[in-house]
Design a protein around this ligand. Sequence first.
Ligand SMILES: O=C(O)C(=O)C[C@]1(C(=O)O)C=C[C@@H](O)C=C1
Length: 166
Amino acid sequence: GPAPSPEAVQGLVNTLNERLNIGDLVALTKWDSGKPIQDSPREAQVIDNARKLAAERKLDPEDVAQLIAAQMEANKLVQYGLLAQWQAAGAAPDTPRPDLGQQIRPRLDELQTRLLQQYADFTPYRHDRNCPAWLAKARTGLTRDALHDLALTRATGELCIRPLVP
Ligand SMILES: O=C(O)C(=O)C[C@]1(C(=O)O)C=C[C@@H](O)C=C1
């Protein structure tokens, strides 16, 4: 098929990466609070919200639920990786911590609207043979270390749908 407009791929990948970077802030709050990274009720809430937005945008709710579940898996990869690094170092960076409930989660909620719009724009390209190559190009240069690189690979790992071999 025709190549996607550059924004259709890069915009979505940038937003998925932005969500992962917010994961760094989440990890700092969990380091401070000692709360578990996994928060299943919150995950259910995030997915429920995504399903509602999907319906408004005429996207498949199951598909969107899977997309968002993947983003939370990727987010946890970042968090577990960072907490292990800080554990080994005996300290976390001394940078400002926004409040998880009051500031960070509302930012994740806001981002979700844009993410689903960009996902809707990207949808026509999911079945294209070139989809993996477009994504690989869009990921290039976005991440600063191996942990975030792996997490972004996870975050984008189900975006392309490979045509079935006859
Ligand atoms: O909100 C949190 O507590 C997070 O850790 C973020 C997040 C997410 O990616 O949205 C990831 C893991 C939790 O299980 C719930 C949600």
